[in-house]
Design a protein around this ligand. Structure first.
Ligand SMILES: [Zn+2]
Length: 266
């Protein structure tokens, strides 16, 4: 079988995106002067650690935006990974979701990597920051919603914000996975980001190939507000069985679409 790898390209000064299979979370590498930060580790079906070493020789720190297996599957290739404590509990859910999007042979490879317990987990929370040297700091902001353990990361140098799955355009923003919080909690997280957005240069999401404009955050906020107010242009959606309860709705505003449960708005 041909070895699976990621394509990678620079999207900003010192920032590289790694893109692999469909449905795999995007992986970002941020290089400072003295250290580099890897944001998410994909499905874990490639030699990601080897791929990263072709781009940078800087000491590497790894962080997860949340616990889902399309973002944390390759954690076992690294000695330690930073994540929110709640993200560490999203593990079982992550595995089940992976099973629905990976071919059987790759899923068993992902599962094997996933069950490996060699990686040390270091828990981080609001205002923690990674110092990459040369004035480049990456700040952690908690944005629970898609899952309870979601964080985003703000690059002080480029102004880019790494959002994980809380903001995505090429697919729905999912507030329907078993651990998703009510729409009101998601809205609070996005309004917290909106308050700071005058300094943002763009949104590097968990599943889009290029950074989104900050206006996408405004669309998501309005969409969530409309759902809560009962004024959203919403249509019923039947979810796959892996989601448990299969009843959901999709609401759209501007470029943002949110999948949510009418029973879990507040
Ligand atoms: Zn996710």
């Amino acid at each position: 079988m041909k070895e699976i790898t990621h394509d990678h390209k620079k999207i900003s000064n010192g920032i590289t995106i790694f893109q692999g299979m469909d449905n795999e979370g995007k992986i970002y590498l941020i290089e400072g002067k003295t250290a580099a930060l890897l944001i998410d580790t994909g499905f874990g079906v490639t030699d990601l650690a080897g791929e990263i070493r072709t781009v940078t020789g800087l000491p590497l720190t790894v962080v997860n935006t949340h616990g889902h297996g399309d973002h944390s599957g390759g954690n076992n290739q690294f000695s330690e990974v930073y994540l929110h404590e709640r993200a560490a509990r999203e593990a079982g859910e992550a595995l089940e979701l992976n099973k629905t999007v990976l071919p059987p042979d790759l899923w068993s490879k992902a599962e094997e990597a996933y069950r490996s317990k060699t990686t040390v987990q270091r828990f981080i929370s609001e205002r923690f920051s990674f110092d990459l040297g040369g004035g480049r700091k990456i700040e952690v902001v908690e944005i629970p919603g898609h899952t309870p353990g979601c964080i985003c990361l703000i690059d002080s140098m480029s102004g880019l914000v790494f959002t994980g799955d809380c903001l995505v355009k090429s697919m729905d923003i999912l507030l329907v996975v078993p651990s998703s919080l009510p729409v009101t909690a998601y809205l609070s997280s996005m309004e917290k980001l909106l308050d700071r957005s005058s300094r943002f240069a763009g949104l590097c999401t968990g599943h889009d190939a290029a950074p989104l404009p900050v206006s996408f955050l405004c669309d998501a906020v309005v969409c969530a507000r409309q759902i809560i107010a009962g004024k959203a242009a919403a249509a019923p959606v039947e979810l796959p069985a892996v989601y448990g309860d299969t009843a959901a709705c999709r609401a759209v505003f501007g470029d943002a679409s949110i999948l949510y449960r009418p029973s879990k708005i507040c």
